[in-house]
Design a protein around this ligand. Sequence first.
Ligand code: SAH
Ligand code: SF4
Length: 374
Amino acid sequence: MAVLLRSTSSVEARPSLVGMAAADLRALFEAWGEPGYRARQVARWLYQQFVFDPFEMRDLPLRLRERLATETIALPLEAVTERSADEGLTHKALLRLSDGSLVESVLMRYPARDRSRSRRTVCVSSQVGCAVGCPFCATGLLGLKRNLTPGEIVGQVLYFARRLREIEGDGANLTNVVLMGEGEPLANFRNVWRAIEILNAPDGVGLGARRVTISTSGLAPRIRELAAKPLQVGLAVSLHAPTDDLRNRLVPVNRRYSIAEVIDACRAYVSATRRRVSFEYAMMRDVNDSLEQARQVAALLDGLLAHVNLIPLNHVDGSPFEPSPWSRILAFQRVIQERGISCTVRSERGNDIEGACGQLRARAADTISRDALG
Ligand code: SAH
Ligand code: SF4
């Protein structure tokens, strides 16, 4: 069963508890004349038990539960629909925010295989829409509507943290969070960072920083800022083209920050963190998938601690780009690997529910009319 919250018209005016760090909760309770340990209790319910209804917070006095219920909203989003694919391993939720905006998030479960441990990854959005405008991306075709708040970003994670326990049982926990849904996370850096701090804090969700990955279209100055942060989160860069000419078209922010500037910023990230950078490359037939382009990609990344992740393109209505044939993807991968750079092909998830990461929101309007209203 999805986590559906009672919605009322006054929701917007009330502060959201999710998105408050321990210090914010302490300040709230102090202002209410409550003892400081209430903050710890409430943080535990929200971030570790995934309980959002104040009346279920059993160790709080009734009058405080009532006050929380009337003066705050715990989770600033509610599920409109949730669909599953890949025999229940992938779940995509369409979430409504308090201003009526919609965003999508995806849970991907990966059972243990050979030597790799099982993972439970949630892919979250950082903005409603996106201003970068990549022409092959469903979100890019929409334009930017607004930034998400820290509570809306953390809220997507908590929504699925709770759902995971319903799906797998009580002890189940998320292992990874990727900011690869809608939006450009580094264009909403302040809120994204506050969300990451809450996800990481021991009195928050307690997820290791290394288990969080930010995917960016390449805002070079922000990559440098990220490199200087004390928490070492993972970095994925959406490359998609080995030359500025082509990248200017596919990832228009390249006109502002060229490939060379982005790679330079990645070098700063690697030397500060000693972590490798993942380069995403969506394979588009006869656009960026020639073997010459594979050689150019390898040359570009030569000497950098890098990994290349080839993504089979999801075709988006209204976009002229088509996916590369499978044989071409494998040949492209071989060229890169032969040059000593690790290169994988991303497994496709949730294609039948338009739920592949990076292609969220495709037909969201459709989805609503079909599933919620229909
Ligand atoms: N804005 C950020 C993060 C969200 S997009 C970024 O661009 O990195 C996450 C990934 O999905 C990016 O690599 C993006 O280029 C990719 N993507 C977007 N649309 C896609 C599509 N139709 N098919 C395959 N990958 C896509
Ligand atoms: Fe924005 Fe990323 Fe889509 Fe480009 S690929 S439009 S940066 S969400």
